[in-house]
Design a protein around this ligand. Structure first.
Ligand code: FRU
Length: 512
């Protein structure tokens, strides 16, 4: 045997030994096929709504009535991929515990039931009232599966949303010129005493008004030459929004797919004025509600009892939603958030915060440290490994340029890095387990310049396969799915210098 042959055999032998020594932590570099064995239950969030079975996308018809937050949603009861859309239904009293109810709206001879909204018709403007309860009126898109034609229709409930009757004269709004004409969001406009509907049409928003929810008059359109136009506009929402002093302005949310800030689906917004018919905005920049890839088609609750702009989105992305490694069900909603107007150095933005109901999800303390530290380490921790926790930390960037939070195990992790000089946060999930192959970006970037205080407060809600990260009380949000192959029991916070930079850190379990 010559020398080269010997070396080859030795090399081969060492490769075999290397592979045999791989433990469960080391399989992250393998393909997504491994994930079949991890299974649904490891990934199903416990503090976010998921359907018991099958496919879900957009939140629909979110309305509060008689002590219950209703969540309807795009639902395919037959499979865990998109298909003929129904409206699934769930209710909650506390925004943490959700109860799934029977399907509310089924496809009919006008088509499938696409996205839409619900209002409480307290004054019975629609004439749908039949008992003692106020009628809930659903305004939704019928999609004809044969030609994809989209029209707007009504359904109503006189028993607190438990049963629904479709209006006999559906559809109530037709447009023969527009192929994409959908997702009506209706609200009551005090000034004009009229219902207002915002509707997505191609890559603009159309505004209609009505006095009875049945007859709609076109008023105006918004969107030409403003904002992002990398895809079709969907699921708009229009509402008044307050700043910390109670001053009001108007916000228009517009989901866009593709063309989001990190590819695929995303939600932009416009701040401006609305007089009951026309929305105007002098905003020059494109603003995004969330820089993660996994918050889409979100809108706010109607009739919210505390007058909050309470928001929830679909926690996925059309680029890969149908392939993620859950099989009996697919998709969760984001945790609800309250939206607020904030002016930073003359610039208006929307900030997103976790609602006070978050306390119903907070469990025992894992760590609390109010002293400055030059590094934080929690290793081999079972709570982290269960994938359900809430982290709050404040990092002082006065003397450092870069800090990093890493949640993972020996061989794979999610890395969240903020660089003060670049003014950018990067969430890197490329080596976090499941590979989001369909979206060419596992590295999510979020531009953010620190305030003069040089402080970055991070609140992070982790629930099995999702991370929702809020920077400085929601000035930026990054929502990202992650599917680890083996438990992530380690969390480390480090900086580019070995000096005191962690001002405070607290980790709590999540429990109901
Ligand atoms: C947004 C969307 C809507 C449509 C629905 C169909 O994700 O495409 O525009 O109504 O999903 O399921």
């Amino acid at each position: 045997m010559n020398m080269i042959k010997v070396i080859r055999i030795l090399l081969l032998a060492s490769i075999i030994i290397l592979f045999q020594n791989c433990n469960e932590d080391d399989i992250s570099s393998n393909s997504n096929a491994e994930l079949v064995t991890v299974g649904d239950n490891e990934y199903r969030p416990e503090f976010h709504f998921t359907p018991r079975n099958n496919w879900m996308n957009d939140p629909n018809g979110m309305v509060y009535y008689a002590g219950e937050y209703h969540l309807f949603y795009q639902y395919n009861p037959n499979e865990s991929v998109w298909g003929p859309m129904h409206w699934g239904h769930a209710i909650s009293k506390d925004l943490v515990n959700w109860e799934e109810l029977p399907i509310a709206l089924y496809p009919d001879n006008l088509g499938n039931i696409f996205s839409g909204s619900i209002v409480v018709d307290n004054n019975n403007t629609s004439g749908f009232k039949s008992g003692s309860e106020s009628p809930l009126v659903a305004v939704f898109t019928h999609q004809n599966p044969e030609n994809n034609k989209q029209t707007q229709s009504l359904a109503y409930s006189n028993d607190k949303g438990r049963t629904w009757t479709k209006y006999e004269n559906n559809p109530v709004l037709v447009n023969n010129d527009k192929a994409d004409f959908r997702d009506p969001k209706v609200s009551w406009h005090e000034g004009t005493q009229k219902w207002v509907m915002v509707l997505a049409a191609g890559d603009e928003i159309m505004f209609y008004t009505s006095s009875n929810l049945k007859n709609w008059v076109y008023k105006n359109s918004f969107g030409k030459n403003v904002g992002a136009h990398g895809g079709v506009w969907e699921c708009p929402d229009l509402f008044k929004i307050k700043d910390a002093n109670g001053q009001e302005t108007w916000a228009l949310l517009v989901s866009i797919n593709p063309g989001g800030p990190n590819g695929g689906s995303g939600t932009q917004y416009f701040l401006g004025d609305f007089d009951g018919e026309t929305f105007t905005s002098s905003q020059a920049e494109t603003l995004w509600l969330d820089y993660g890839t996994d918050n889409y088609a979100g809108v706010t609750w109607s009739n919210e009892p505390n007058n909050r702009n309470l928001f929830m989105g679909w926690m996925s992305n059309w680029s890969y939603a149908q392939n993620v490694p859950t099989y009996s069900y697919r998709s969760a909603m984001t945790f609800p958030r309250t939206l607020h107007w904030q002016k930073n150095n003359g610039k208006s933005i929307i900030v997103s915060k976790l609602p006070t109901e978050m306390i119903y999800a907070i469990g025992g303390k894992v760590v609390e440290n109010n002293n400055a530290g030059s590094r934080f380490e929690l290793l081999n921790d079972e709570t982290l490994g269960e994938g359900k926790f809430y982290l709050e930390t404040t990092i002082d960037f006065s003397a450092i340029n870069e800090a990093k939070i890493e949640w993972g195990n020996k061989s794979s992790s999610v890395v969240i890095k903020y660089n003060k000089i670049k003014g950018e946060l990067i969430l890197n999930r490329a080596e976090s387990g499941y590979k989001f192959n369909n979206l060419n970006s596992n590295i999510l970037k979020c531009p953010y310049v620190l305030p003069d205080s040089n402080q970055l407060k991070i609140n992070m809600l982790v629930d099995k396969s999702s991370m929702e990260i809020f920077l400085n009380d929601g000035e930026r949000v990054i929502t990202a799915l992650v599917f680890p192959l083996a438990p992530f029991k380690n969390l480390e916070i480090t900086a580019n210098e070995e000096i005191q930079f962690i001002e405070q850190i607290k980790i709590n379990k999540l429990s109901k």
